[in-house]
Design a protein around this ligand. Structure first.
Ligand SMILES: CC(C)(COP(=O)(O)OP(=O)(O)OC[C@H]1O[C@@H](n2cnc3c(N)ncnc32)[C@H](O)[C@@H]1OP(=O)(O)O)[C@@H](O)C(=O)NCCC(=O)NCCS
Length: 203
């Protein structure tokens, strides 16, 4: 996904992923939807992201104001903003933030249409995952991904696509998505000169 690529087509669905616990290397980890009380820890997470991660991941601005807005307006009927919370530290800390839109985005729809793969706002969902820099490549994303796929299935979604695709140079993300069953279905340039892959998962 490319930074600041934000337009959305919305659809509604019932609440999901309200509170769930995943096992991460033998430790229970909270994986749940952000709520109104999470603005401070979500802001901490956003401002902690490195330049390298922001270069790969940019669904919206990463500042405290955005965290406050998102926590105040979160609507699990449209978008699941899932956070993984480490409670073993002195103060709870968000160590991953996965966005799952229950629907599809306009510019993704256009690209998939050209590929001959019509997206369906009522049945498809759209993923944008991130893991804190110091937790990347330790298996956390995979644990959360498996749970998120279960949640998407539980709420009746049948396919998952990547929000704005993934940068072709993002080798780890490309490996990660393939490992979780995604298929590469297209390639596009955004911005011009920079290749990205569209990848889709049948749920
Ligand atoms: C992509 C991301 C969500 C994956 O989460 P994660 O916790 O790091 O993922 P995991 O540790 O579960 O899995 C990473 C896999 O990539 C592999 N990997 C790590 N670096 C790699 C590289 N340079 N090239 C290829 N594979 C690589 C790991 O070995 C692991 O594969 P394995 O389980 O087969 O051994 C996370 O790395 C991240 O937030 N990256 C920055 C933001 C980003 O790129 N978001 C996605 C935008 S489309």
């Amino acid at each position: 996904m490319n930074p600041q690529n934000t337009e959305t087509e919305k659809t509604s669905d019932h609440n999901a992923g309200n509170r769930t616990v995943v096992d991460f290397h033998g430790q229970p980890l909270e994986f749940r939807i952000v709520g109104p009380d999470d603005a401070t820890i979500l802001g901490d997470y956003f401002v902690s992201l490195s330049t390298e991660t922001r270069r790969r991941y940019g669904p919206h601005a990463f500042d405290r104001e955005t965290a406050e807005q998102l926590c105040a307006t979160t609507d699990p009927g449209e978008t699941l903003r899932m956070i993984a919370v480490d409670r073993t530290a002195a103060t709870p800390r968000i160590i991953a933030y996965f966005i799952l839109i229950l629907g599809v985005r306009d510019d993704d729809v256009v690209r998939y249409q050209i590929l001959g793969i019509p997206l369906n706002a009522a049945q498809d969902c759209t993923l944008a995952p991130s893991v804190a820099d110091d937790y990347q490549s330790k298996g956390l994303g995979s644990v959360l991904m498996r749970r998120l796929v279960e949640i998407a299935r539980e709420i009746g979604r049948t396919r998952m696509v990547l929000w704005g695709g993934t940068q072709a140079t993002n080798d780890r993300a490309v490996h990660f998505y393939h490992k979780h069953g995604f298929t590469t279905v297209g390639e596009f340039q955004e911005p011009p000169g920079f290749n990205n892959y569209d990848m889709i998962l049948d749920l």
